[in-house]
Design a protein around this ligand. Structure first.
Ligand code: CP3
Length: 365
């Protein structure tokens, strides 16, 4: 069986440049909006319907011809399946029943484990977390079957990004409360970050053992940290996730899942992120790709088209794609992607056209 271009690029083998898009499943697709309207479930419950998760995963692959599916779930799902009260507020993001910023609230959390306990759904019914964890595995297995030879990427949230939502209780611009806790109560911070690392690693492991061939750890909000705080208070926990996930074997490849690590605002810490134990570093749109490649020698890179350019005239997009592909050739491996997620208002035909261009030009690698 030939190695899929995504896996080849992530493992430093020569081959055509693969392309996929963060947030490719979602509101930019009319078929996704129709699917969500038909089922009428809140986001996190929709993620726990195996049929819905599989269909949402496959939709962008079917439409765009991308070289990977990413499992349709959310970084908040493992928290929900550990019994944490959290919802996704449309247009806002994750909102928790209460913040976790005292030692008492964090100690109470430690008794919760991924797939244990219960939660209450939108109809008021008490749901079993173990049933939800099985839905994740079933959704991955269904998506893998429907994807055929196209690999599936499993994912999770990095400990800092999860902890930032938990301490703040909702989205925050600067994560001040989370950063204050790390500085003022290292014991509470260690307990919270260790818990987030374990819950997210268990979620990613479940996806790999159900058939995902690669894995991505999203540290979306890592850009609010100083390099010193990242190295001292965050990197050790991201390393815990990478080490735990490295022990998972995909039944599709028979191997561990190549590990991609992405964050936004990460230029000052790119080399530190690479050192937590990754095969590939995702580069945000604010960072010059050639410079980034120099920061992470020996690693594949992923990215990094500015999502804002998706609104630009085609000649602007084409030149940017060419520049990124040219820069990517100097890395051991390059996966073409955006420098963050697909904006919900994106014209999906533009994404399809970018895939065609990358496939046309990327063969010259
Ligand atoms: C920070 C973060 C979250 N979730 C995620 C991150 C890291 C990626 C990133 O930085 O964008 C990860 C994520 N969330 C989702 C995916 C599935 C893959 C994909 O979308 O392609 C992935 C990989 C589904 C989703 N997760 C969410 C959507 C939008 C839900 C919808 O409107 O249908 C999707 C497709 C909801 C969500 N979930 C979260 C946010 C900020 C939002 C947006 C809220 C909004 O603007 O309405 C938390």
């Amino acid at each position: 069986m030939t190695t899929p271009p995504l896996i080849a690029a992530l493992t430093g083998q020569r081959g055509p440049t693969p392309v996929w898009f963060m947030r490719q499943a979602g509101r930019s697709l009319p078929e996704y909006r129709e699917l969500r309207a038909d089922i009428g479930l809140p986001m996190l419950e929709a993620c726990l319907r195996p049929d819905v998760a599989a269909e949402a995963t496959v939709q962008p692959v079917r439409r765009h011809g991308v070289d990977a599916g990413i499992f349709f779930s959310d970084i908040m799902v493992p928290l929900r399946l550990a019994g944490v009260g959290v919802e996704i507020e449309p247009g806002v993001g994750p909102v928790l029943d209460h913040p976790y910023r005292t030692r008492e609230s964090i100690d109470e959390l430690l008794s919760h484990r991924y797939g244990e306990g219960s939660w209450t759904d939108s109809t008021g019914r008490t749901r079993d977390c173990a049933e939800g964890a099985q839905s994740v595995r079933d959704g991955v297995a269904t998506a893998v079957r429907e994807l055929g030879s196209t690999p599936l990427i499993g994912f999770g949230g990095a400990p800092f990004t999860l902890a930032a939502y938990m301490v703040e209780g909702r989205p925050s611009r600067d994560h001040m409360a989370a950063r204050a806790l790390a500085a003022s109560d290292p014991g509470a911070w260690d307990a919270l970050m260790t818990w987030c690392a374990r819950v997210s690693a268990d979620f990613m492991t479940a996806q790999i053992e159900a058939g995902a061939s690669a894995a991505q750890l999203f540290d979306s909000w890592v850009g609010s940290l100083s390099p010193r705080t990242y190295r001292e208070s965050v990197a050790p926990y991201s390393r815990m996730v990478a080490q735990r996930v490295a022990g998972a074997v995909s039944p599709v490849t028979g191997c561990r899942a190549p590990f991609i690590h992405f964050g936004t605002g990460s230029a000052p810490i790119l080399s530190d992120m690479a050192e937590v134990g990754v095969d590939c570093v995702g580069v945000d749109w604010k960072t010059d790709l050639s410079w980034a490649i120099g920061q992470v020698p020996g690693k594949a890179v992923q990215g990094n088209l500015d999502p804002a350019l998706l609104q630009a005239p085609w000649h602007v997009i084409e030149q940017a794609v060419r520049d990124i592909l040219d820069a990517g050739r100097s890395a051991p491996g390059h996966v073409f992607n955006l420098g963050h997620g697909v904006p919900p208002t994106t014209d999906p035909d533009v994404l399809t056209r970018i895939v065609e261009l990358v496939h046309e030009l990327g063969d010259e690698r």
